[in-house]
Ligand binder design. Structure first.
Ligand code: HEM
Length: 72
């Protein structure tokens, strides 16, 4: 899938929140570490973001997701 290395809020067809667009405009990229923190607590990382998903507390589950999202 290859999300790692892509800009945050990088799909031009998607209507992202101001929080994610601000992150993109300052140059944030999806690294493994950033994605892990985002999945662990999206709101803590980007306050005001719109992802209606609860924090994923399990490090094992986040690691599994990173394998899929990062294409690693
Ligand atoms: C395991 C489940 C999920 C994963 C791994 C995941 C992952 C992500 C990632 C990586 C982004 C950033 C996208 C980008 O920068 O292009 C994102 C954004 C978003 N996700 Fe999720 N997501 C999950 C579940 C959900 C669910 C359940 C919802 C809706 C109920 C949701 C709604 C959204 C929305 C609306 C955004 C844009 C947020 C914003 O603009 O602030 N996601 N998600």
């Amino acid at each position: 899938m290859g999300l790692i290395g892509r800009p945050v809020a990088g799909d031009p067809a998607f209507d992202y929140s101001p929080a994610l667009r601000t992150a993109r405009d300052r140059g944030d990229l999806w690294t493994s570490d950033r994605l892990d923190l985002f999945l662990a607590d999206p709101e803590a990382m980007y306050p005001g973001q719109w992802m209606g998903s609860p924090p994923i507390r399990s490090a094992k589950q986040r690691a599994d997701l990173l394998c899929v999202l990062g294409g690693q």
